[in-house]
Design a protein around this ligand. Structure first.
Ligand code: UTP
Length: 232
């Protein structure tokens, strides 16, 4: 799939499972930082939304052993994990990133540094939804979803063998592959609430494996890339 990227602020949703699949994924963070800084030197601007990863799930799972948690309780634990990862990214991008993480996409987005790091917002969706709301606010049209799979597949690649990669798909068809409602800790390429909003605003989302950041660079450069394009 070939996409021409305009010089607009690039919005990237970085799956928590890339940042903290189990322990902190230092090699990924090093490569990701290097690439972002390379494009920053060329004058690009980025909003990076960080997921919660295994940190979120670890805390959620242990908390469940102590008391009956509401869905909101579980989500709030997850949101705090996204804030930890977001602050971590903000700090390692040092002076290039805005001094505070952004956590309320209903508010005005304003930053003079080249990078703004964002985290979770409120219960009921994942950071994918935050990313869509940010794209909408910026009046941008594209979102990159860095995840830990090469493509969106017809079925969950973690559970089934006989699956086909999807190179491009409309939102309507994509939604048929998703559960209808939100559940904390859902493991899907793009959450249902975020997908509905993305469809509404006619967004294009590129799902790319963050373990192969060459593909991410190819996408930024407007070249053919390996991954899935979800579009109107
Ligand atoms: P993530 O966005 O990391 O979701 O938020 P995820 O599905 O776990 O992402 P991957 O699969 O690792 O990439 C972690 C958890 O934080 C809560 C949800 O419970 C979510 O599962 N959360 C996050 C919210 O409730 N609201 C938000 O805005 C963000």
């Amino acid at each position: 799939m070939e996409v021409k990227l305009k010089k607009e602020t690039v919005v990237i949703s970085v799956g928590g499972s890339l940042i903290v699949p189990n322990r902190i994924n230092t090699p990924f963070i090093k490569s990701f930082k290097k690439i972002i800084e390379k494009y920053v030197r060329k004058g690009w601007r980025f909003v990076i939304i960080s997921g919660g990863g295994q940190t979120a799930r670890n805390y959620q799972n242990v908390a469940k052993q102590f008391t009956a948690l509401s869905k909101d309780d579980i989500d709030w634990i997850g949101i705090n994990a996204t804030w930890l990862n977001a602050n971590f990214l903000r700090i390692i991008f040092d002076k290039k990133s805005h001094e505070k993480i952004f956590t309320d996409p209903t508010k005005k987005i304003s930053f003079k540094e080249p990078i703004l790091i964002a985290g979770g917002f409120r219960p009921g969706a994942s950071t994918d939804y935050v990313a869509v709301l940010i794209v909408k606010k910026l009046k941008a049209h594209r979102l990159i979803n860095l995840t830990n799979i090469d493509f969106v597949y017809t079925r969950d690649p973690r559970k089934y063998n006989n699956i086909d990669p999807i190179k491009d798909i409309t939102w309507k068809a994509f939604q048929k592959l998703l559960p209808k409602k939100w559940d904390p800790g859902l493991h899907i390429p793009f959450d249902p609430v975020a997908s509905r909003e993305a469809q509404k605003i006619g967004l294009e989302v590129a799902v790319i494996n963050g373990r192969n950041l060459k593909e991410f660079e190819r996408y930024l450069d407007g070249k053919k890339f390996r991954g899935t394009l979800i579009h109107p």
